[in-house]
Design a protein. Sequence first.
Length: 525
Amino acid sequence: MTQTAVTEPEARDRVIIFDTTMRDGEQSPGASMSLEEKLELAKILEEMRVDVIEAGFPIASNGDFEAVRQISEIVTESTVCGLARAGVGDIERCAEAIRKAKRGRIHTFLSTSPSHRDHILRASQEDILEMIQKSVTHARNLCGDVEWSAQDATRTEGDFLRRCVETAIRAGATTVNIPDTVGYTYPSEYEAIFRDLMENVPGCDTIILSTHCHNDLGLAVANSLAGVQGGARQIECAVNGIGERAGNAALEEVVMALKVRGDRLPYFTGLETQHITRSSRYVSAITGFPVQFNKAIVGKNAFAHESGIHQDGMLKDRGTYEIMTPESVGQGATNLVMGKHSGRHAFREKLKGMGYELGQNALNEAFQRFKDLADKKKHVFDDDIAALVDDALASGADRIQVKRLRVVAGTEGPQQAELTIAIDGDERSAQATGDGPVDAVFNAIREVVPHTAILRLFQVHAVTEGTDAQAQVSVRLEDDGRIATGQAADTDTLTASAKAYVNALNNLFARKEKSAPDAKVASGF
Ligand code: KIV
Ligand code: ZN
């Protein structure tokens, strides 16, 4: 294993992008991701040229361990990192999970603030220094690339933080992270912490200092950039800014701020930013967390110009109201793209331009769906294509598939659904009524595939404008502590709902089978 190398002459201006969507991001209440989803996300992050992928917290669960282990096997360009507390057990489990990584990193952390020392660790400053020395040394004996984090660093006494950082560096840490764990710091204050460490702690110039900012006061991105101005050369961030409580610094925002404002922030990242929109859509789909319309960079309205004055300016010169192009972040959604006469070759080229590289089977499946959609829908936009490809990728290998659905809805209840599904190719049908058409559809699914899972989330949004727009539906199910999310898109909202529920069910059953391979996990199987 080698450590994340920054050896170019201009290396001091290169900012390492450390993505924690699968670790801190997954700590967002309700944002759980399946192993398959994490593997797919890891591929997207690697294609985007993220430098470090924090893939999980191996000691936390077998699922996290497996995710870090399998991501270590498939990722070759990015560094794959696992999180560990300061104990020997955590560090060794993490080392085992990243063992096969071409570039692996152990990220170990310990709280340093008086609040955490007194209330959580019940440890003195001297105890903390000893734990840092032992944990980092142990990690370094197992891996050449070790990051140490001072949890709640921004509420730690300045002189003690300096001693902690110096201890970590002496013990062999190659990256030292200064988290604003509770989202409390202010940009100038955070910048000053880094300047102070750079000036006063021996060895800081030989390692990478890192930011890790939470967004409790809405300052995570501003703080991360201020940290870079103070001397940090790694930013920890998450796609769409997901993470514990109010989330982490949003990857897309820090990266585009560095790119667009190179005049004020003369640093660069290695990111291929045209993959940003795709990563945002994917994370939103698998977590079921919608992206707010006015979200910077990836919101639906981020490049929409509504007022007449703005539209007039845009037609004369895009620079009048646009500080970056939608194409630079992979958004081409305003373009009408293709119709039902478009061929397979054009479709494949279109997908390539949108950042999708599909294998032959997935391409055929997506192309068929595109043809079906073009028959039903007058205008097919990039967003439509992205939704149907994501849908095909999500459900392609599902053992249970929706075949036919008929729903009676309207003012006279009860609403009714007649559903036929196929389980490994065998068709089964059921009828059910419900309190509304969606309830009837979900009851019909429960009839035909009996299960005990509880519906935790049902969410619908329109992919594009117009009454013929596709509905994109996310469903989250929970059973016996396991959570699985499903999604689907269709011009028929009820069909999309049925497919999303069935996709979630497939994911749930797949997880149960993995943890108990001999068990007959569903009475429908
Ligand atoms: O916010 C935090 O302090 C963390 C650490 C584990 C790095 O997530
Ligand atoms: Zn955090």
